[in-house]
Design a protein around this ligand. Structure first.
Ligand code: ATP
Ligand code: LTN
Length: 329
C-alpha cells in the first residue's frame, strides 16, 4: 500500500474550504492508502492563538476528521505536538534550507506584504512542515493549491539531504484535486476561504448552525448576469458555487450547468443551500456522538504511539547519518 500524509492547523473553526479541499479527499483515500493524518498544532503557534480557543479548535478538528468519515482503524490520527521528533527533525532540516528559499514562500510573503508583525516561526514554518512529511516517507501529500509550493520545497530539501548524506528520505509528491482545491470566500470570490479570517460572512464553518450556513450560500456574491456557467476569471462567484455543488453532489460541473440552463441564480442557490445543509447536518450528528466521553483521547493516544515508532526510527537514522549520534549502535 502506498502511503499518504497530511495535516491541518487548528487556527480557527474548520471551514467548508478545509472540508472540500482536504478532509473529504482524505476520507476518499483511506481505503486505498496507508494514511497518516495529524493536527498541525505546532504550526498554529506561528500566529498567536488564544489558549482556550486553541484547545477547543484542536479537539474539534480531530473530532471533525472522524465525523467526516476518517476511520481511526484505517488511518493513524495524531497531534503533531505528541510526537516530539517532529520539532527535532525540523531543526536539522531548518539548518539545510536557505533564507532565500524561505523568503520565496507565498504564505510568508503575503504576511510581509500585509505589513503584519511577523514572528520567526512563520519564516521557518516550512522546515517543520518538511519534518512532518519526510519523517514518514509518504508517497503523496494531499493538500489544497496553497500548499503546493511548500511540498515542492520539501522535495528539494529531501533531495539535498539524500545527496549530501545518502538515501534517507522518500521524495513526496503533492496531490492536488482538480476541482475544489481552492474554495473561495463567498463574499469575496477572488480570495481563498480561510478559517483565520476575521469576518465570517463569506466563510461557512462545518459546525455552523445549519440555517446560518444556508443563508451564507443564498447571500453569496455572484455577478449581475443570471447564467449558471463555470468561468472562474469572469464569473468567480458562481464558478466557486458550482465547484462546491459539484463536489458535494458528486456530479460534474457540466451536468449541473445543463440542469440550471435558463433558470437563474435563485433556484441554483436554494438547491445548493439544501445540499450544503444536508452535508453539514450529517457531520454534526456524528460530531455530537463522538465528543462525549474519552473516545477522542484514546484515539489520539493510539495514533501518537503508532506515529512515534516510525518517527523515532527515522530520527535516529538521520542523527546517525549527520554525525550527531556518537554512540556506535
Ligand atoms: P489559515 O487561515 O489559518 O491559513 P486555512 O483555512 O487556510 O487556515 P490550513 O490549515 O492552512 O487552512 O489548511 C488545511 C488544508 O485545507 C490544506 O490542505 C489547505 O490547502 C486546505 N484548504 C484551506 N483552505 C482551503 C480552501 N479555501 N479551499 C480548498 N482547500 C483549502
Ligand atoms: N502547512 C499546512 C499544514 C501542514 C501540513 C504539514 C500539510 C503542516 N504540516 C505536512 C501537509 C503535510 C497548512 O497550512 N495547511
Amino acid at each position: 500500500m502506498k502511503r499518504m500524509l497530511s495535516g491541518i492547523k487548528p487556527t480557527g473553526r474548520v471551514t467548508l474550504g478545509n472540508y472540500i479541499g482536504a478532509i473529504k479527499p482524505f476520507v476518499s483515500y483511506q481505503d486505498e492508502y496507508e494514511m497518516f493524518i495529524f493536527v498541525a498544532n505546532l504550526h498554529s503557534m506561528t500566529v498567536y492563538q488564544e489558549p482556550k480557543e486553541l484547545r477547543q479548535n484542536t479537539k474539534d478538528l480531530i473530532a471533525l476528521y472522524i465525523a467526516a468519515g476518517l476511520d481511526p482503524k484505517k488511518c493513524t490520527l495524531f497531534l503533531q505536538s505528541d510526537v516530539l521528533e517532529h520539532a527535532q527533525l525540523g531543526w536539522y532540516l531548518g539548518c539545510m534550507v536557505n533564507m532565500g528559499e524561505l523568503s520565496r514562500m507565498t504564505q510568508y510573503k503575503d504576511k510581509v506584504a500585509k505589513g503584519e508583525s511577523i514572528g520567526a516561526g512563520i519564516f521557518n514554518y516550512p522546515s517543520l512542515m518538511n519534518a512532518d512529511i519526510l519523517m514518514y516517507d509518504p508517497d503523496y501529500v494531499p493538500v489544497g493549491e496553497d500548499q503546493k509550493q511548500h511540498v515542492e520545497l520539501c522535495r528539494d530539501i529531501a533531495e539535498r539531504f539524500n545527496s549530501r548524506y545518502s538515501d534517507t528520505f522518500k521524495i513526496p509528491e503533492p496531490l492536488i484535486a482538480k476541482v475544489g482545491s481552492r474554495i473561495m470566500d463567498l463574499q469575496n470570490p477572488t480570495k481563498k476561504m480561510s478559517k483565520s479570517d476575521e469576518t465570517s460572512k463569506g466563510c461557512i464553518y462545518i459546525l455552523d448552525d445549519i440555517n446560518v450556513s444556508k443563508k451564507k450560500i443564498k447571500s453569496a456574491v455572484t455577478d449581475s448576469d443570471s447564467h449558471v456557467h463555470f468561468d472562474p476569471i469572469h464569473k468567480p462567484g458562481i464558478s466557486n458555487l458550482l465547484e462546491i455543488y459539484s463536489i458535494l453532489s458528486n456530479r460534474s460541473i457540466e451536468d449541473i450547468e445543463n440542469q440550471y440552463e435558463g433558470k437563474g441564480y435563485g433556484e441554483f442557490k436554494t438547491d445548493l443551500a439544501e445540499i450544503v445543509g444536508q452535508e453539514l447536518e450529517k457531520i454534526q450528528k456524528r460530531y455530537k456522538e463522538i465528543t462525549t466521553g474519552s473516545y477522542l483521547d484514546d484515539i489520539l493516544e493510539e495514533g501518537a504511539q503508532k506515529a512515534r515508532i516510525i518517527a523515532r526510527k527515522k530520527l535516529s537514522k538521520v542523527e546517525r547519518k549527520i554525525g550527531i549520534t556518537i554512540k556506535k549502535r
